[in-house]
Design a protein around this ligand. Structure first.
Ligand code: FAD
Ligand code: EPU
Length: 345
């Protein structure tokens, strides 16, 4: 592996932040990575495993080694009456894998079309969209324990998946490099079109016969219409998570604000309140909205308030500062603490 020094990460994160890493190298196989750790040459340096850089905000230079995953490969490793098991290298593009499944009529991840990033990062936050999360099709993964240089197998229970969460973000944080993920895809589709926007889009497309391909196309259309393309406008998708509130809190919000608050019911007493809506209701000054706000090159996207954007050469610190201002204003107005989804470095 060739190690570069003082390396610009601008082309390696979708916010296009011009941060530098002290050392940078790409790895193309598990052996590359094992040899790197075996050599102990960088044993005192911090390590950052990087995929597509689509869920990361660099607020400073990285004082350590960035290891960029460039492993590839997808193979069917098993099959039974109902399922096909596909093992995918962590460095494969997520959307490329979704298309691989759609083309072969393997169901389960069509709702997750067009999510940027690599397969290896997908379990990190249990990626999700339009009513589906990867935990629904996850079988197992292999990861390298960085300090012990040992490969360990994780089942779905070991990963402790939650909403935009997993054990790799908590108790195993920075301890493992995910090497590959095995998915259990369905031979017989169980279409999930409960998310309102999908039905609307399928109607618009005049689809009368549901198919894996049609759902994937619908999701791609919706996403393209409201999310900024990171190639054009720097962003990392939703900057915050959607908070959960209980029925008492929801009742209080109604009493206080007399607004029609859009929520999603999770169970009798738990509701998901949309962070995009909360952000849209707040602004830098009273009577203004963050949605469409721009200060210098940092902004809040005009079609989706949950997405913070870099219009040019914003620094990570500027984006972070804006996120802090948004957090404070939402807390002041609604008493709700927003939690960042994006990984802050
Ligand atoms: P990176 O940003 O490279 O890394 C993210 C984190 O995972 C970092 O902490 C990194 O160190 C760690 N990591 C990466 N690879 C590995 C590995 N192999 N082993 C160990 N640690 C690793 N997310 C959703 O869930 N749903 C969406 O609908 C969605 N929409 C998005 C839309 C846009 C326009 C954008 C820009 C982002 C969106 N995201 C969404 C967020 C993002 O695409 C996902 O979180 C994705 O899984 C990140 O993958 P990545 O390879 O880019 O990860
Ligand atoms: N809304 C507003 N104003 C806005 C944005 C949203 O009022 O500016 C309200 C509307 O009521 C809208 C609702 O929020 O109906 C939901 O909006 P949307 O369907 O765009 O989804 P989201 O809740 O904002 C979540 C995920 C996305 C995922 C979509 C689709 C989180 C943090 N985000 O966004 O994931 O693609 O649902 O399932 O859960 C990501 O994680 O990076 C990401 C993009």
């Amino acid at each position: 592996m060739q190690i570069q020094k003082n390396y610009s990460l601008k082309n390696y994160n979708t916010f296009h932040i011009d941060a530098y890493s002290k050392y940078f190298s790409a790895f193309h196989s598990t052996e590359d990575l094992q040899n790197f750790f075996q050599s102990k040459k960088f044993k005192n340096e911090s390590i950052l495993i990087l995929g597509g850089g689509s869920n990361i905000l660099f607020t400073k230079n990285f004082d350590g080694v960035v290891l960029k995953n460039e492993t590839t490969g997808m193979e069917t490793i098993n099959e039974d009456e109902k399922h096909v098991y596909v093992k995918v290298a962590a460095g494969e593009g997520w959307h490329r894998f979704v298309m691989y499944c759609v083309e072969r009529n393997l169901a389960g991840i069509e709702n997750l079309s067009l999510i940027p990033g690599y397969v290896g990062a997908a379990p990190m936050q249990n990626i999700g969209a339009y009513g589906v999360e990867i935990k629904d099709v996850f079988h197992s993964l292999e990861a390298l324990h960085i300090l012990k240089n040992k490969i360990i197998n994780f089942t779905v229970n070991d990963c402790e998946f939650g909403y935009r969460d997993s054990a790799f973000k908590k108790k195993y944080k920075n301890q493992f490099a995910i090497l590959n993920v095995t998915f259990r895809l369905n031979k017989i589709p169980d279409y999930n079109i409960a998310y309102g926007a999908i039905k609307e889009e399928l109607n618009k497309m005049n689809v009368d016969q549901l198919s894996i391909q049609a759902i994937s196309d619908a999701v791609i259309n919706i996403r393209t219409s409201k999310l900024p393309d990171p190639k054009i406008i720097g962003n990392a998708g939703s900057f915050f998570k959607n908070p959960e509130i209980n029925s008492h809190q929801l009742h209080q919000l109604h009493e206080l604000h007399h607004l029609n608050i859009p929520v999603y019911k999770l169970d009798e007493d738990t509701f998901k309140i949309y962070a995009g809506w909360l952000i849209e209701q707040c602004g830098p000054e009273s009577g203004t909205s963050w949605k469409g706000y721009r200060k210098g090159n940092a902004g809040c996207y005009d079609k989706q308030a949950l997405v913070l954007v870099n219009y040019g050469n914003a620094t990570g610190k500027e984006i972070y500062k804006l996120s802090e201002e948004i957090k404070i204003s939402v807390k002041e107005k609604f008493g709700i603490e927003l939690e960042r989804e994006v990984n802050i470095i």
